[in-house]
Design a protein around this ligand. Structure first.
Ligand code: PRX
Length: 658
């Protein structure tokens, strides 16, 4: 027995190698995977390795006929296999007698409101009923269902109910604007939308229904199901809008799960690319679930007594894989928190961890940097000794934030698994496994067993330790990889496969090969930004600005930001008849809020007469970035309009390099 006043130390530091942490004996005793040979073994026959994983981790109605097929650039796994995601996440645990285990501990934002606990039995009941509701609304296997919900338990219920009847869900982040919702629903051709009247954010009610009403205009959405969360008296449209609680009351209590083909879509999730339009990333059941199950189990070393908290919203892939499918497939207990991290006070998260005894915390570097700024006194008010494992995701983590997370939150006792992955990869792929290590600030780690990533140069040559290049995945591609982009096949080939002629999957990330087979992911090499961990396309933002009546042209550059990692700075050229003013700046910011949502809000808007362009008319973004960062501008004489740079220096307040 461990001494309750002295929490277990899960890591040790090698005294000869400062800043390199290894799992302690205690951690190794507990961990699922501790033997490094797992990497070698899996690499020997990755397909057999994943077959074993799929068979052991999931229950199949029918085993696959063929484990893996690569018809460049199309990936298939477990062909001919049949299974159901919801059955695997809920039914089988209930059948195994674990129905009274807590599945979800839901913590509402208002501090005086009681938490809601759903056991696996509860989840089973609710999911069955809601699956029948969907059917009664005419949803059939293959139909897309839009989900525009805040972080309330109905979100997991809705996802699982869709999966149960074989209707792929397409979740849209609830803080996205009505325009963003519209674009996604239209592309996915969703028939039904599930939303709520409102939700709480920093003590205020956000009217989600109003955005939903606006967003579904001129789409194929015929029916809307509304969860009553905020009680903000929304208007219901007769024959179109239905209250969740009313429908569910009348619903039958059992719904037979559909026997889904392993390669049938489980969901579509839209993400930002390099063009103006978001891309619908397709994930299929068999491969995605296999990877979600095993990464949750091994990367977070999840055990029966853990309380796992992934802070991501369900609107992102992290929420899909680690705040829904992964933990539930493992019959784990997860905590879900509805609201803002600093409401009603900056110690809300730490209060939650102490109160509910959270053992594993998985969050983004941007949140950590925000807490660093708020000061150590907030976490120090709380007993965080229940924590045994920390995770990060979404963007590179700097050494300072890593060490703070490690020392102040983890008490210097807990490993940090820095997990690299993407919406496209479905599950995390590069990290250090807790029982193996090492844990080194700013190095994600190595490829998950059965997968292979390398850092390559422009020509596709694999680079050795100490070199920087592009991050790629090598075949056989991981089972959880996406299967394509919805209605955008050309884009799929072009973005991910053409660059290396189908030899590698191109991640669009830069990386550096590090010691211990480690990989440091250094950020995007395309026009995609990571703002507070959220993926944002500069082209999409430019498109939004260009749609404003006053704007004729715009260019976005990413500026490093202390907390958010990056923020957009906008250069804007106005149409004739419009003058720069504070009012116009405000109007443009408001316009971005409305068309994309507040996460895309530019930090600064710089009005310009002209943008520097090459002779072929391409905007020189490199110069625009150098201007806001006070970096050397370089030679401008080859530009079409070198005088534009002089003008911009004034407008930006360029001081030049120190
Ligand atoms: O640039 C990489 C960064 O996030 C991108 C993927 O974003 P998204 O599809 O929104 O998925 C985020 C959550 C999985 C990647 O191309 N990224 C993600 N994790 C890391 C990271 N960069 C550095 N380190 C990470 N651990």
């Amino acid at each position: 027995m461990s001494n309750p006043t002295k929490p277990v130390k899960w890591v040790v530091e090698n005294p000869n190698e400062k800043g390199v942490f290894w799992p302690s004996e205690e951690l190794k005793r507990k961990a699922w995977v501790t033997d490094e040979k797992i990497y070698e073994k899996a690499a020997g026959d990755p397909i057999a390795f994943w077959e074993e994983r799929a068979a052991e981790g999931l229950e199949w109605y029918k085993r696959w006929d063929e484990p893996y097929r690569w018809e460049p650039p199309y990936i298939k796994w477990f062909i001919g296999g049949k299974l159901n995601a919801c059955y695997n996440a809920v039914d089988r645990h209930v059948k195994a007698g674990k129905g009274d285990k807590k599945a979800i501990i839901w913590v509402p934002e208002p501090p005086n409101e009681e938490a809601r606990v759903l056991t696996y039995d509860d989840l089973y009941r609710e999911v069955n009923r809601f699956a029948n509701v969907l059917k009664s609304l005419g949803v059939k296997r293959g139909d897309r269902v839009g989900i525009y919900l805040p972080l309330i338990p109905e979100v997991q219920i809705a996802l699982l109910a869709c999966a149960r009847i074989g209707a792929p869900h397409s979740v849209v982040f609830s803080a996205f604007s009505s325009d963003s919702l519209h674009i996604r629903l239209e592309d996915a051709e969703a028939k039904v939308l599930i939303t709520s009247d409102g939700y709480y954010r920093r003590g205020k009610v956000v009217d989600l229904k109003a955005s939903a009403d606006e967003g579904i205009k001129n789409t194929k959405v015929e029916k809307v199901v509304i969860v009553k969360r905020a009680g903000n008296g929304v208007k219901m449209v007769d024959g179109r809008d239905y209250w969740w609680h009313e429908l569910i009351e009348k619903a039958e209590t059992f719904c037979e799960p559909e026997e889904m083909d392993a390669e049938e879509p489980l969901f579509y999730l839209y993400t930002s690319g390099t063009t103006g339009k978001p891309k619908g990333v397709i994930h299929t059941a068999g491969g995605y679930l296999t990877q979600a199950y095993w990464t949750t189990r091994w990367v977070f070393d999840i055990h029966d007594d853990d309380i796992f908290w992934c802070t991501s919203d369900i609107g992102w892939i992290t929420g899909h894989s680690y705040a829904c499918y992964g933990p539930l497939l493992n019959c784990a207990t997860m905590l879900v928190y509805e609201g803002a991290p600093d409401y009603p006070a900056p110690d809300r998260w730490w209060d939650i961890i102490e109160k509910y005894g959270v053992t594993i915390l998985y969050t983004a570097p941007t949140a950590i940097r925000m807490f660093v700024k708020l000061g150590d006194e907030w976490p120090k008010k709380h007993d965080l000794s229940s924590l045994r494992l920390l995770g990060t995701v979404g963007e590179p983590i700097d050494k300072e934030a890593w060490m703070w997370y490690f020392n102040v939150i983890g008490g210097g006792r807990c490993p940090i698994t820095d997990t690299w992955w993407q919406t496209e990869t479905g599950g995390t792929l590069i990290m250090s496994l807790p029982g193996i290590g090492p844990f080194i600030p700013s190095i994600a780690g190595r490829s998950f067993p059965g997968t292979r990533h390398e850092v390559v140069n422009e020509e596709g040559k694999i680079l050795q330790e100490g070199n920087s290049g592009y991050l790629v995945q090598l075949p056989p591609f991981a089972p959880g990889m996406f299967r394509g982009l919805y209605k955008a096949d050309e884009k799929y080939r072009e973005t991910y496969w053409n660059r290396y002629q189908n030899r590698f999957y191109f991640t669009s990330d830069g990386a550096r090969k590090m010691p211990y087979n480690g990989i440091r992911a250094t950020g995007r090499v395309d026009d995609v930004m990571k703002v507070a961990g959220h993926r944002l396309s500069t082209a999409e933002l430019e498109d939004a600005l260009n749609r404003h009546e006053a704007v004729t042209e715009s260019a976005i550059v990413a500026k490093p930001h202390e907390i958010k990692g990056e923020t957009p700075v906008a250069y804007v050229i106005l149409k004739e008849g419009f003058q720069p003013s504070d009012e116009l700046t405000k109007a443009l910011v408001k316009h971005v809020d409305k068309t994309m949502g507040p996460i895309a809000r530019p930090e600064r808007i710089i009005f310009a007469n002209e943008l520097p362009k090459t002779r072929s008319g391409k905007i020189m973004r490199r110069i625009l970035k150098a201007l806001v960062m006070n970096e050397p501008i370089g030679n401008t004489m080859t530009l079409l309009n070198p005088e534009s740079v002089e003008e911009l220096k004034q407008r930006v307040g360029y001081k030049g390099p120190d």
